[in-house]
Write a protein that binds this ligand. Structure first.
Ligand code: NAD
Length: 357
């Protein structure tokens, strides 16, 4: 049986520290906001060096989930959980079921899912104790094709706004990382007539992809200097920084990688160079969109139609960012806050999804 102690954090609905010595479990759950719906967010297991760092992470991540769901027009709030420990050494069935009991004690105000250090199979174990768990192995499956589909529509919206055209025919796109998402993205883009430049630290993956999509393959570091209209980061975070931004010739940055900006100020650095940035948290919302459509059985068509609706979201976002003279990154935050405020006042979310069908 775990002991729960509430922590008062201004701006958050509920933050709780749990400790269950019998199962070596110390966890934090943060529910940032439930105005749009129950707080959805993964369970991260990581060997944090101290509890303060774990708390910092759960607060930052749960707040991010509120914004991500709002921008994806989903009826979810933002939440997250973290378990302190090395998943390779400390993850036991007892720990996971004890965590399931904790989630259940919140009566559905928090829905958990997989994240760094936890898997879909772990969610199956957690499900033995609670039904408030998503992203199960028999549901949506690998989210990468869906993620590539969001990025594709994000690129279309950015091209519409920045280059004033609807077609991707002959537009040059440099993709960093052609793994699960980047590989699928390269396939769709090449079918849409784009010219591709690709790179990957795994040379054979890069060359296989290049052969399949008629792409030019470059060395990993050269991707920042590639003469391209669009740079699509689909590998790792913090790739938009003081060193790389001045090297980009692209007019658009749109990719799936998490936390692409090394720091928030790099959104302004991109804007100063006339580069349109499609905010990463809007483009990698596929996981939560898939979760929304996973019950009772995964509805692939509805999920992909919802994703296509992100195009309109982004077109709107880019226009508003321009007219307010702020970066799309900051405008995305403003729009998410507006949506939450509207819901608080009882105004339903707009249904742009229906327009895509
Ligand atoms: N898979 C998803 O559905 C999903 C959803 C949301 C966000 N993301 C994010 O998108 C990114 C890609 O995810 P993925 O599932 O395709 O991962 P992945 O591991 O399948 O692919 C990443 C690829 O990038 C390559 N890579 C790593 N560092 C590189 C570098 N410095 N230069 C060039 N290539 C490099 C790797 O070799 C690999 O082939 C990650 O940041 C991930 O967090 C993925």
């Amino acid at each position: 049986m775990s002991q729960a102690s509430s922590i008062n954090v201004p701006g958050y609905e509920q933050v709780v520290r749990y400790e269950d010595p019998a199962n070596d479990l110390i966890a934090f759950i943060a529910i940032h906001d439930t105005v749009l719906g129950p707080a959805l967010g993964g369970c991260r297991m990581f060997p944090y060096t101290d509890e303060e760092k774990a708390l910092e992470d759960v607060l930052r991540l749960s707040r991010g989930m509120t914004y991500k769901s709002a921008m994806a027009e989903l009826p979810y709030g933002g939440g997250k959980s973290v378990i302190i420990g090395d998943p390779r050494k400390h993850k036991t069935e007892g720990l996971l079921t004890a965590f399931g009991d904790i989630v259940d004690s919140l009566n559905g105000s928090y829905i958990t899912a997989e994240d760094v250090g936890t898997s879909a199979a772990d969610m199956e174990t957690i499900r033995r104790r609670t039904r408030h768990v998503a992203g199960l192995p028999d549901k949506g499956g690998d989210p990468s094709p869906a993620t590539a589909w969001v990025v594709f529509h994000g690129i279309r919206a950015a091209v519409r706004h920045s280059l004033g055209r609807d077609s991707l025919e002959s537009v040059t796109i440099a993709i960093q990382g052609v793994g699960n998402v980047g590989g699928h993205l390269a396939d769709v883009l090449s079918l849409a007539g784009a010219r591709l430049i690709v790179t990957d630290i795994n040379e054979s993956v890069a060359h296989e992809d290049g052969a399949r999509t008629f792409a030019r393959v470059v060395a990993p570091d050269d991707i920042f200097d590639a003469k391209a209209d669009i740079f699509a980061p689909c590998a790792m975070g913090a790739v938009l920084n003081d060193d790389t931004i001045p090297r980009l010739s692209a007019k658009i940055v749109a990719g799936s990688a998490n936390n692409q900006l090394a720091e928030d100020r790099h959104a302004d650095a991109l804007m100063e160079r006339g580069i349109l940035y499609a905010p990463d948290y809007v483009l990698n919302a596929s996981g939560i969109i898939n979760i929304y459509y996973e019950t009772p059985i995964y509805d692939h068509q509805a999920a992909f139609a919802h994703i296509a609706g992100i195009y309109y979201n982004l077109v709107d976002l880019f226009q508003r960012a321009d007219s307010d003279g702020i970066s799309p990154h900051l405008m995305a935050d403003h729009m998410a806050e507006e949506r939450i405020e509207a819901a608080r006042r009882g105004i339903p979310l707009t249904d742009k999804i229906a327009a895509v069908g």
